[in-house]
Design a protein around this ligand. Structure first.
Ligand code: FE
Length: 376
């Protein structure tokens, strides 16, 4: 019986074999005590490391442990498609971004997580700064994803724009064409915003810093704060509602929140959208600020081969459609076209080509600028 099991050892990695030898050395030194056990307990005790060692060899490439901060209806199809194509089963844990990051950190070297998926470059940057991601070399990812939408360690799989939204009756569209206009004293008491501590606004500020420099970006932030209709509160949808209700004249929102309201099956949501106009910012200069949702392979991933396959799968035509459309976003792979009535209705626009990695790089400075400017 032992001969048969030992034969299974040989395909195992050298490190595992060394561990097994070390285990038996310890066992032999205590053999005298072990011999006093009953025979079946002794046999089980001697076979234990073989059983443990063999398990990962058979299961290793059939499972993928995914920690995801995404939770959209179309994700079911996204994941089941991967399992159908590769035979790799996905174990998914969904929670809020910060909770997942905390969990991965707490689990440390023993974390079962292979892939971490989240939204916003700032959050991916945080995971990267914590040293959680492993570099991935993949010809597929390199050729499918534009260079500005990937770093060495993480990859963008969909994009969203941060746009301006005005109340049709309160503000003239010609007065708000650029992010810079939000600081114009003409808009005093008209600007609503979510907190400056939120990643969406931090990424926007990171792009302003890249473009204008920190001093000018701070001047802008002070100007916007001086125009606030109220202290920052709520999420992007709350700002859109406040603009529609006339509580403020203008706000900034991620594009998918607007698309969601446009596509909503609730009449009230669609009525809300009749009160507002969406403005693609900075179209005559740099283009609208773009952010992403994406992910990377974790350094401690127990199933690295599956993890790379999964990242490559996310860049495939089908997966790109599911991934982007699930949250009314645009695919990261330029050749993939999504049919989305709301996004189509919002029209074409010029996007800021700033590399996403720059947002990550400037995010710490961005938070400090908001703090100094009082954009709480
Ligand atoms: Fe969001």
């Amino acid at each position: 019986m032992i001969t048969a099991d030992v034969a299974v050892i040989f395909p195992l990695p050298i490190r595992m074999i060394r561990n097994i030898i070390a285990f038996y050395s310890v066992k032999l030194s205590t053999l005298r005590r072990n011999l006093q056990m009953n025979p079946s307990r002794l046999a089980l005790s001697l076979l234990a490391p073989l059983i443990i060692a063999v398990q990962p060899a058979t299961a290793a490439d059939k499972v993928l442990n995914l920690y995801s901060a995404r939770h959209y209806q179309t994700d079911e199809a996204l994941y089941s498609n991967f399992t159908t194509q590769t035979g790799i089963k996905i174990n998914r844990i969904e929670a809020k971004e910060d909770e997942l990051l905390e969990r991965i950190r707490n689990e440390g070297a023993n974390s079962p997580a292979d892939i971490f998926i989240t939204v916003d470059a700032t959050r991916l940057a945080k995971a990267d700064e914590l040293g959680l991601f492993a570099p991935v070399n993949s010809k597929i990812l390199e050729s499918r994803l534009p260079p500005q939408l990937r770093s060495n360690d993480w990859f963008a799989f969909s994009t969203r724009a941060r746009v301006l939204v005005i109340n049709k009756d309160a503000i003239k569209a010609t007065d708000v064409q650029n992010y810079e206009d939000l600081a114009n004293p003409k808009l005093k008491g008209q600007v609503c915003s979510r907190s400056g501590a939120h990643p969406y606004n931090i990424s926007l500020m990171a792009s302003m810093i890249a473009r204008l420099g920190e001093a000018k970006a701070e001047e802008w932030a002070r100007g916007v704060v001086a125009n606030f209709a109220r202290a920052p509160k709520g999420g992007d949808t709350d700002q859109i509602k406040a603009v529609a209700a006339g509580e403020c004249g203008v706000t900034i929102s991620n594009s998918y929140y607007l698309a969601r309201l446009l596509r909503s099956d609730k009449a009230d949501d669609r009525k809300l959208m009749e009160k507002v106009t969406i403005i693609w910012p900075n179209q005559t200069n740099v283009g609208a600020h773009i952010n992403i949702s994406g992910g990377g392979m974790l350094k401690t991933a127990p199933n690295k081969e599956s993890a790379v396959k999964f990242l490559e799968y996310l860049a495939s035509d089908d997966a790109q459609r599911y991934f982007a459309d699930g949250n009314n976003e645009w695919p990261a792979v330029p050749s993939v076209v999504v049919k989305n009535v709301a996004l189509d209705a919002m029209g074409k626009f010029k996007a800021d080509p700033l590399p996403i990695a720059m947002l990550a790089k400037n995010s710490a400075a961005a938070q400090k600028v908001y703090d100094r400017a009082g954009w709480r």
